[in-house]
Design a protein around this ligand. Structure first.
Ligand SMILES: *[C@@H]1O[C@H](CO)[C@@H](O)[C@H](O)[C@H]1NC(C)=O
Ligand SMILES: *[C@@H]1O[C@H](CO)[C@@H](O)[C@H](O)[C@H]1NC(C)=O
Ligand SMILES: *[C@@H]1O[C@H](CO)[C@@H](O)[C@H](O)[C@H]1NC(C)=O
Length: 186
């Protein structure tokens, strides 16, 4: 009985070391896998958004890899995925979302700090009256970009043509509203 507490630190140590191997960190006691620069970038991005339903309430803790919608590589710990698709808990009869769980506001250019981003889904949100940011074209590793029914207006920036790794681009407007034009795509 008396020896149990004496073992506790050893067990904890073992767990921590095991965990740090699993996440590929060299520091034996590293607990937080998120990169500080990427966390800052995400926080700036969040500041530009309005989030009435508090979908991003988890975006406060130290480890941004644990935040809702954020995916980090198990190997490198870099953020590679941002899935902020509106879950659309309530819909109109035509299938379009009621406004409640929309993200809106402006998209901060801090996203370019996510240099390992492969997957970006902002679909079904309400970024009305704004064009698709040109800087999306600098997210060099992007493979998946879904901006469908996200309210974007205006011209599709030809900068998206710089995304040489892109395998999937969805800009469809499924429920009317928002109108993208393609005149300047070559
Ligand atoms: C380590 O991570 C756990 C779970 O995420 C957390 O509860 C704990 O506070 C962290 N410890 C330190 C020292 O950061
Ligand atoms: C893009 O998002 C919409 C809405 O969330 C979804 O229906 C569609 O399947 C997605 N497109 C692709 C190519 O994954
Ligand atoms: C990206 O595309 C734009 C417009 O097509 C072009 O002016 C720019 O030079 C490109 N940037 C890079 C880094 O290729």
């Amino acid at each position: 009985m008396a020896s149990a507490p004496a073992f506790a630190p050893l067990i904890l140590w073992t767990l921590l070391v095991f965990q740090s191997f699993e996440f590929g960190h060299s520091e034996a006691f590293a607990n937080v896998s998120c990169f500080g620069t990427e966390r800052e970038a995400l926080l700036k991005f969040r500041q530009g958004l309005s989030d009435h339903s508090k979908r991003l309430f988890s975006w406060t803790s130290k480890d941004c890899c644990e935040w809702k919608g954020v995916g980090c590589s198990k190997k490198t710990s870099h953020v590679f995925k941002l899935d902020l698709r509106n879950p659309c808990f309530e819909t109109y009869p035509d299938g379009s979302c009621l406004d409640k769980s929309n993200l809106a506001g402006t998209i901060h250019a801090s996203l370019v700090e996510l240099k390992h981003l492969k997957y970006l889904d902002l679909s079904l949100n309400k970024f009305s009256r704004q064009e698709i940011p040109q800087f999306f074209g600098t997210l060099q590793r992007l493979e998946y970009l879904n901006l469908s029914s996200a309210g974007f207006d205006g011209n599709i920036p030809h900068h998206l043509g710089n995304l040489s790794n892109l395998q999937c681009l969805d800009l469809a407007s499924r429920f009317g509203g928002g109108s993208l034009t393609t005149d300047n795509l070559q």
